[in-house]
Design a protein. Structure first.
Length: 115
């Protein structure tokens, strides 16, 4: 698998979920890995990214609520999502900037936040 997101589900307002992204070594090793999301009727947007060295960046809408991390030994990236809101409902994807530029997307994982 090149990039596979998992861990989505249904959660209540204020709840938490942790998403996982498994990546093949060739993609994972030297790349920034990012989480994107697309809500119904919305454009896909960048949620968070993390460098090989572990430096994170976040969209303003998730700062203080979401935490991105990576395990370089296991080729995994995580997105811990706390204090979830209905507007966080979306399909979440993990990807690299270069693959996004070329239009390559894997299967996402659906997160639904109920109020």
């Amino acid at each position: 698998v090149q990039l596979q997101a998992s861990g989505g589900g249904l959660v209540q307002l204020g709840g938490s979920l942790r998403l996982s992204c498994a990546a093949s070594g060739s993609i994972f090793s030297n790349n920034i890995i990012a989480w994107y999301r697309q809500g119904q009727g919305n454009q896909r947007e960048l949620v968070a990214s993390i460098t090989r060295g572990g430096s994170p960046n976040y969209a303003d809408s998730v700062k203080g609520r979401f935490t991105i991390s990576r395990d370089n030994d296991r080729n995994l990236v995580y997105l811990q999502m706390n204090s979830l809101k209905p507007e966080d409902t979306a399909v979440y994807y993990c990807n690299t900037p270069s693959r996004v530029f070329r239009g390559f997307w894997g299967q996402g994982t659906l997160v639904t936040v109920s109020s």
